[in-house]
Design a protein around this ligand. Structure first.
Ligand code: IFM
Length: 431
C-alpha cells in the first residue's frame, strides 16, 4: 500500500501524561507508599523518576519533542498531609510546575486524584467512608484556589472504575478489599466526589473569559465474552460493560446511577458534569465467570487465545494490541455528544519499534473516528517517561523517554522522536 498522510484538526493538543506517585518520588504520606513498605507488592516506588525535583528538565524534553500539552496529577497527600492542614510549600510547588508548563507552551491538564490517597484518608476507611466526598471537595477547593487560574483542563478522578475494581473488588491495590458492597459504596462516593469537584472548579472560575473544562479520565475498554458463544460469558461481559462503562457514564451525564445490584439512585448534582470526555484506552477485555463471589458476575481472562489477538504483539504487561477497538469505543460513545480528549493511550512493548507501530495504529484508528464524526481535542500518550507501574514496579516501560533509574538519566526513544514529528506537524504518515 502506498504511504498515506493523515491530517489532524487545527489546534489539536499533542502530548503525554504522567501521574504524581508514578514519577515524583518520595511520596511517603500516601496509602501506596505504605502498601509498598508493608510488602504488599514486590516493588517500592522510592525516588521513582525524581520528577518532583527534575520537572523542569522533563518539561524541556517534552517541549523539545514538539508537545503542546502535558497531563499530570497533583498529590493529595503532599498538599493535605493531615486532615484540614494544607501545606503551602506543596501548593507553591505545583504552582511552579504549572508555570513551568506554560512557559514552555505546554497546556496543562491537571488530575486531582490518580489512585493515591493521604494516609489519614486510608486510615479512615479510604473511599468506603462517605465523608471522603467532603474531604475531596475541601481538597479540590484549596487546590483550585491556589492553581485555578493556571490551568484550564481538569480531570477530577483518574479511571474511577479501575480504582474500584483493583482496590475494592480484586484486592490487589490498597486498601486490598474484595467486597461487592464496598465496591458499590465506593463507586457512589466517586460519582459524588467527581460532581462536587466539577462544581467547585466551575464556581471558582465564574466569569472567566475561558471557562474551565472538567472531566474524568475514564478507562473505556471494549468488553467481550471470553468464549464467544457461551451464554454465561456473554451475560458476564454485557454486565461488566454496564457496571464498568455505561453505569458510571450515565451517572455523570444524566445524574442517574442505575446498575444491576444497586437500588437505582438519583444523583442530581452529577448530571451534566462532563465538559469533555477524557478517555484512557489500552485494550479489549475478555470476560468469563470466576469462582470467588466477587467474580461470579464476571472476571477478566488474561490469556491470549481470543479471536483477533496477536500473541507476537503482546506487550510486557501481557496486553494485546487491537487498535480497531479504539475506533469502536470512540464511535460508540460519540452518542454522549461530548468532545473527546484522549487522556491516556500507550504500551509497555519491550521492542521500541513495536511501540511506534502501536502509536501509529492507534492514531490511525483515532483519525478514522474523527472522520466518522467524533470531535477530538487532543491525545496524550501514556507516558512521557518510564515510571513506577504500580504493582508491577519499574519493569514495564511505557515511556517515550527511557529512564535509567540508577543515574536518573533520560534518553529519548526513537518512538518519542517519531511521535515528535506528528506533534510538530499535526500529520501522520502511515506506510
Ligand atoms: O500506569 C497506568 C496509569 O496510572 C493509569 N492508566 C493505565 C496506566 C498503565 O497501566
Amino acid at each position: 500500500m502506498p504511504a498515506r498522510e493523515l491530517r489532524f484538526p487545527e489546534g489539536f493538543l499533542w502530548g503525554a501524561a504522567t501521574s504524581a506517585h508514578q514519577v515524583e518520588g518520595d511520596n511517603t504520606r500516601n496509602d501506596w507508599w505504605a502498601w509498598e513498605q508493608a510488602g504488599r507488592v514486590k516493588h517500592r516506588s522510592g525516588l521513582a523518576c525524581d520528577h518532583y525535583r527534575r520537572f523542569k528538565e522533563d518539561f524541556d524534553l517534552a517541549a523539545s519533542l514538539g508537545h503542546t500539552t502535558h497531563r499530570l496529577s497533583v498529590e493529595w497527600s503532599r498538599i493535605e498531609p493531615e486532615p484540614g492542614r494544607f501545606d503551602d510549600g506543596a501548593l507553591a510547588h505545583y504552582a511552579e510546575v504549572l508555570d513551568a508548563l506554560r512557559a514552555r507552551r505546554l497546556e496543562p491538564i491537571v488530575t486531582l486524584h490518580h489512585f493515591t490517597n493521604p494516609l489519614w484518608v486510608a486510615q479512615a476507611g479510604s473511599w468506603t467512608n462517605p465523608k471522603v466526598v467532603d474531604w475531596f471537595a475541601r481538597f479540590t477547593e484549596r487546590v483550585v484556589r491556589a492553581l485555578g487560574g493556571k490551568a484550564r483542563y481538569w480531570v477530577t478522578i483518574n479511571e474511577p472504575m479501575v480504582y474500584v475494581n483493583t482496590a475494592y473488588l480484586e484486592g490487589r491495590w490498597p486498601p486490598g478489599l474484595r467486597s461487592v458492597p464496598a465496591a458499590q459504596r465506593v463507586t457512589e462516593h466517586l460519582i459524588r466526589a467527581h460532581a462536587a469537584a466539577y462544581h467547585i472548579v466551575h464556581d471558582a472560575a465564574a466569569g472567566a473569559a475561558q471557562p474551565p473544562q472538567v472531566s474524568i479520565a475514564k478507562y473505556l475498554p471494549v468488553f467481550l465474552p471470553c468464549r464467544r458463544w457461551w451464554p454465561l460469558h456473554r451475560v458476564a461481559s454485557a454486565l461488566s460493560d454496564r457496571l464498568f462503562n455505561g453505569g458510571f457514564l450515565e451517572a455523570v451525564t444524566e445524574g442517574r446511577w442505575a446498575v444491576p445490584g444497586v437500588w437505582p439512585k438519583r444523583i442530581p448534582e452529577a448530571r451534566g458534569t462532563l465538559d469533555y470526555f477524557g478517555v484512557n484506552f489500552y485494550r479489549r477485555h475478555f470476560i468469563r465467570n470466576g469462582w470467588h463471589p466477587a467474580q461470579w458476575l464476571g472476571s477478566g481472562c488474561e490469556q491470549t487465545h481470543h479471536w483477533g489477538s496477536r500473541r507476537d504483539l503482546t506487550s510486557w504487561m501481557g496486553w494485546e494490541v487491537y487498535p480497531q477497538a479504539f475506533y469502536q469505543t470512540l464511535t460508540r460513545w460519540q452518542r454522549l455528544g461530548l468532545p473527546f480528549l484522549i487522556t491516556e493511550n500507550g504500551t509497555s512493548m519491550v521492542d521500541d519499534a513495536r511501540r511506534w507501530r502501536f502509536i501509529v495504529d492507534h492514531l490511525e484508528a483515532l483519525h478514522r473516528a474523527i472522520e466518522a464524526g467524533c470531535r477530538v481535542l487532543g491525545y496524550t500518550y501514556w507516558s512521557l517517561m518510564d515510571n513506577f507501574e504500580w504493582a508491577h514496579g519499574f519493569a514495564p516501560r511505557f515511556g517515550l523517554v527511557e529512564v535509567d533509574y540508577k543515574t536518573q538519566q533520560r534518553r529519548v526513544r526513537e518512538s518519542g522522536r517519531r511521535y515528535a514529528e506528528v506533534c510538530r506537524t499535526g500529520r501522520l504518515v502511515v506506510e
